[in-house]
Every structure is written in structure tokens, then in C-alpha cells.
Design a protein. Structure first.
Lengths: 318, 284
């Protein structure tokens, strides 16, 4: 059965492999360039420093590669498409009614299904591993500066890409066994995948844990560079409310310059008025906790979808 | 006599519609049984229930004594099944289709498979998707035969075939049967073909079995009675009247005779299989 399963999965596996190879051909040269610039332009040395000149170096570096990093953010689409594509052979089996051939050979339907699911899951995990290694390596220098907790970095690294890929495959499978058409199942899986990703990223992920709220007398320094900042830094009064504009203008408005001499004065002025800087964030140390929670969420839903598809195949398809 | 296929009260419901209802029949081992009926009669449903592709809504089906749903590991290696439209993996070459057969079946007869493909004049490198309907049917039959099954189940195997391909197909089938140890059940709505190859008949219409038995008995038991116009009550008291037709002066009855027909009013003639089957189909 293993040979048969592989033979059926071959075309899709080759498509997925070619897409990843193409991506590698684009990412490896730019990634090497990025790493070179990072090492040789003194960027690496600046990551932990908080000096003014270093801030400029980091900003120049981030600006220079901003276009490329945003371009690669489109790769968020990839696990969804590849995962759904890998589920196609199983759905085609139903669409083309070849299951009537497969299920009347000497192996049981249960074993047929187990082999197919194992191959599908295996292919999805291998593809996800290649993608994750490639993208994490490419983003390495950027992550040193920005951390990997931001929306984009988080979704490309760690273990969540595996969960995304499995989820897309499971969704295509569940839709496919019910409607028995590969093309619409693929479309449904893509739409469902992106809807789920958007909802989880924007509405669920910030609440996996209670964010840390900090009230600071001065604007936060570099210590938050690798944290996931949900809101702030912003000025608030003693009660946590945004201050009246007039109050702030006393220190920062045009009139403030009359009294002001040095640069630090506005901050001192603000704290004298009882205004502080408020930041709400998840510290970088929570990265793996969040990774496990989000991966668990997607894998859990995938398992439910696969169980549904398996039940449907074993009991309802005839 | 053991039954290759035996069903008791077998039924299948799709929603509120019964595709097959209260079907009880037995196909003896070693026979070539024809399952005849119009489109939508429940033939495919019956065959799918028999080989375990579909779960029954009522009753049970047993192949060589086992249920294909409950003991697939015992039933599947013993059956060869060719579904309607004889599906093959389009992207597979014939060689790969045969490899599939070898990988999935412990009793695979590779020599038989290769010999049949060669005899059909097909190349092993040809993709299944490029074959004609008749060739696909032949390859599907090859896969089923090379499993060395005890029971071969064919669903409308000749529907897509032209008359020449049909004759070749039946020839191949008869050859396999002649080697012995093989029971065949095939469904069809072309009665003429079946008369040559089958020795057992099941007529299905409206989701119910109308007639089942050895072909010889079926043909010898049925008579056509022709006489002056009148009612059939007297005949019906002794014999089963399947169909009555009345013209202005004449009445024709298709009866399943219980012994001889002695009534001098009727002219008794033998009747062909096709007319018998059509009589039953007209009854529902």
C-alpha cells in the first residue's frame, strides 16, 4: 500500500518540492546578502547597544531590507496552499471513483485510509520543516533586531508552521470527502485557512496570556525590542486614562520651549505632572508558550477534521 | 450446495427512498449469475452492498459465508470486483496498475496478468487514461482476474463496449470460468448477451427481486398461453400469471407453470428469456 500511496501522492509532492526549491533559489542568495550586511556593517554589534549611533545603524539596516521582508510576508499564504494541495490525491480518489477499485483489493479500507493519512501527514510535515528552516534562516538577522514575536515572524518560525500546514491539509480533506470534488475543496480549504489564521492572529493570540502592563517614567528603551508590544508606548495619567491635550502641551507644546533648555526636560516635566508611559506587551520569554498554544489549537482542530473525514470515508462513502 | 453470495432481507435506503428492499437471494458457487433489471432497479446497490462498498440499511449480505463489512480481511482477497465505469488511475501506466494489483493482493497472479495484457495487444507503458473504454474495461477485468478470486463481481461490465469488444470481453470471462473454481455475478440490462454465458438469473426491478433461479428452470417453467379473449382467473388458480395482454379477440398470458397446462382453451408455446424478463419488468 505504501508504494501505491506514494505513487498517487507523487505529482503533488513534486509540485510542492518544486515550489520550495524555487523559493530556496530566491531566498538563499538574498539571505546570504542579508547576513553579510548584518555582519559587516556593524549591525550585529549594535543589537545590544543602546547608543544613538547604533539606533541609526539598526534603522538604516531595517529600512534597507524592509521591502524584501514585507515581500516575504506573502509567504504566509504558502502553508495553506501547499497543505491543501497535498490533500488533493485523496479527494481525487473520491472524485474519480477509483476508491471503488482501491477498496475492493485485498487490503481493508481502514488500512488504506491509515496509509494515505500517514503519507499525507508525513508530506505536510516534511514540507513545513523545509519551509520553516529556510524562512527562519533568512529572517535570522532581522529577528536579532526585531525579535520573533511580531505577527509575521511568529507565524514563520518555531512549530506553528507545521500546525498550519496540517490544518490546511485537514480542512481540504474534510471538505473534499463531503463534496467529492478536488477543485472546490481546495478553494474552500484556502478560504477557511485564511479566515482561521486571521481570526487567531488578531483576536485569539493576544489573549493566550494576560499581557504585561508597565508604567514607566521614561519611554521604554531597547529592552522591549524583541517583545510583542500590543499597545503603547503612550502617555497616561495616574488613572490610566489618556491625559488632556492641554496638559501635554505644557511640556511638549510650542510654549514649552520657552522654559525648556535641555532635551531631557519634557520627560521630567511630564512626570512632574503625574504622566507616565504605559506599555502593554508580551515579553519575548513567552515565545515558546505562545507557539505551543497556537500549534496546539491548530493541531487540535486538524485532528477533529481528520477524524470527521475518516468517519465519513469509513461509514458514509459508498 | 454452498452459496457464493447470499442475502437475507437486504435493503438500502438513501434518505427516504429505498434503492433496494427486502432482497433475499442465493447465488450458488460455480454459477455464472446474471443480475438483470432496468436502470435504477437497484443492481449497483445490491452489488455494492455485497462487496462491502456500502453498508446495508437492513438485512445482511454474505459472500462465501462472510460479511464483507464485518470481515473484510476474509472477503476482500476472495473477490474480484469491477465497478461500473471500470475506474482506473488515469495517470498510472498499465505496468503501474499491475504493480498496484501485486502490492495490494497476496494471491496476485503476475503471469496471468501479463499474459492477458499482451494478448489484448496493449503496451505496459501506456497510461490508463489514454485507453479506450473497452480497453479500460479489459484492464479492469485483468486486475480482478489476476487476484485469483473465488467470486467475480462485475457491474455493467459491457455497457461501454462496442459489439466486438463485448464479444471479446465475454470470451475472456468464459475462459476464466472454464478454468474452474470461479463464480461470476454480473449485472446488465442487455439480456441477449447473458443468455449465452449465464446459468443463473436474478431479475431486479423497483428495488425488489422479481425472479431468481437457474436459467434452465426459468426458461422451462415459463410458457406463453394464447387463447380467445377472456379472463385469466382459471389459469391463475393453478399457475402464476406474470403478465396478461388483451387484444380485441385474443388474450396472451405469460405464466410460470406449475407442471403442465392442460386447459384446451390455450395454445401453449415456449417463451424466450428476453420475453420472460420483460414480462417481469413490466409487472412492477
Amino acid at each position: 500500500m505504501l508504494w501505491v500511496g506514494w505513487r498517487q501522492q507523487r505529482t503533488e509532492a513534486l509540485i510542492v518540492a518544486s515550489v520550495i526549491a524555487l523559493l530556496a533559489a530566491l531566498m538563499i542568495p538574498t539571505g546570504i546578502h542579508l547576513a553579510n550586511v548584518y555582519d559587516h556593517d556593524g549591525v550585529a554589534a549594535c543589537v545590544t547597544s543602546e547608543s544613538e549611533s547604533c539606533n541609526t545603524v539598526l534603522m538604516v539596516f531595517q529600512d534597507r531590507f524592509h521591502g524584501l521582508t514585507s515581500l516575504f510576508n506573502w509567504l504566509q499564504l504558502l502553508p495553506g496552499m501547499l497543505g491543501a494541495l497535498l490533500a488533493a490525491p485523496l479527494v481525487l480518489e473520491l472524485e474519480q471513483r477509483t476508491y471503488r477499485l482501491a477498496w475492493t483489493q485485498s487490503i481493508t479500507r481502514r488500512r488504506w485510509l491509515a496509509t494515505k493519512l500517514a503519507l499525507l501527514g508525513g508530506a505536510a510535515i516534511v514540507a513545513a520543516a523545509l519551509l520553516t528552516v529556510l524562512i527562519s534562516w533568512w529572517r535570522g538577522p532581522v529577528d536579532e533586531i526585531e525579535g520573533r514575536f511580531s505577527e509575521n515572524a511568529f507565524s514563520f518560525e518555531g512549530i506553528v508552521p507545521y500546525a498550519y500546514m496540517l490544518f490546511a491539509a485537514a480542512l481540504a480533506l474534510a471538505a473534499g470527502v463531503v463534496i467529492r470534488r478536488a477543485a472546490p475543496a481546495f478553494a474552500i480549504a484556502l478560504i477557511g485557512f485564511f479566515a482561521a489564521r486571521i481570526v487567531v492572529t488578531n483576536s485569539l493570540r493576544p489573549h493566550f496570556m494576560d499581557p504585561v502592563v508597565k508604567l514607566l517614567n521614561k519611554p521604554p528603551s531597547g529592552s522591549l525590542h524583541d517583545a510583542w508590544v500590543l499597545s503603547g508606548p503612550s502617555l497616561v495619567d495616574r488613572h490610566g486614562n489618556p491625559p488632556a491635550r492641554a496638559l501635554v502641551y505644557q511640556c511638549l507644546g510650542p510654549g514649552a520651549h520657552v522654559a525648556g533648555q535641555a532635551k531631557q526636560v519634557p520627560i521630567e516635566c511630564l512626570s512632574k505632572l503625574g504622566l507616565v508611559t504605559r506599555v502593554e506587551y508580551h515579553p519575548a520569554s513567552r515565545f515558546w508558550t505562545f507557539q505551543w498554544i497556537e500549534a496546539g489549537l491548530f493541531v487540535g482542530v486538524s485532528a477533529a477534521l481528520v477524524a470527521f473525514a475518516a468517519w465519513w470515508i469509513l461509514k458514509r462513502v459508498n | 450446495m454452498n452459496a457464493a453470495l447470499e442475502t437475507h432481507g437486504l435493503g438500502k435506503r438513501y434518505g427516504s427512498r429505498w434503492a433496494l428492499r427486502d432482497c433475499s437471494l442465493a447465488v450458488p458457487e460455480g454459477s455464472v449469475a446474471a443480475l438483470v433489471g432496468p436502470n435504477g432497479a437497484g443492481k449497483t446497490t445490491l452489488l455494492h452492498l455485497a462487496v462491502g462498498l456500502a453498508p446495508p440499511s437492513a438485512g445482511d449480505a454474505r459472500i462465501l459465508g462472510w460479511s464483507a463489512r464485518e470481515q473484510p480481511e476474509l472477503v476482500l482477497p476472495r473477490i474480484g470486483f469491477v465497478a461500473q465505469e471500470h475506474p482506473l488511475y488515469r495517470g498510472f501506466t498499465i505496468a503501474e496498475m499491475l504493480k498496484l494489483g501485486r502490492k495490494l493482493n497476496p494471491s496476485w497472479d503476475a503471469a496471468l496478468a501479463h499474459e492477458r495484457i499482451e494478448r489484448l495487444g496493449l503496451s505496459l507503458k501506456q497510461k490508463a487514461g489514454t485507453l479506450s473504454g473497452g480497453q479500460q474495461a479489459q484492464v479492469a477485468l485483468t486486475l480482478a482476474l489476476a487476484k485469483r478470486p473465488e467470486l467475480l463481481v462485475l457491474d455493467e461490465p459491457m455497457a461501454a463496449l462496442d459489439p466486438i469488444a463485448r464479444r471479446e470481453f465475454l470470451g475472456a470471462l468464459m475462459e476464466a470460468v472454464a478454468e474452474g473454481g470461479l463464480t461470476v455475478i454480473l449485472s446488465s440490462h442487455i439480456i441477449a448477451d447473458l443468455e449465452r454465458v449465464c446459468d443463473h438469473l436474478v431479475v431486479l426491478a423497483g428495488g425488489a427481486v422479481q425472479l431468481a433461479g437457474p436459467l434452465e428452470d426459468v426458461v422451462s417453467e415459463h410458457r406463453l398461453l394464447t387463447g380467445p379473449r377472456g379472463d385469466a382467473d382459471e389459469v391463475a388458480r393453478v399457475h402464476a400469471v406474470i403478465e396478461e395482454r388483451h387484444s380485441e379477440r385474443q388474450t396472451t398470458l405469460l405464466v410460470r407453470a406449475n407442471g403442465h397446462v392442460y386447459d384446451a382453451r390455450w395454445e401453449v408455446t415456449p417463451v424466450g428469456l428476453e420475453d420472460i424478463v420483460l414480462g417481469y419488468l413490466g409487472r412492477r
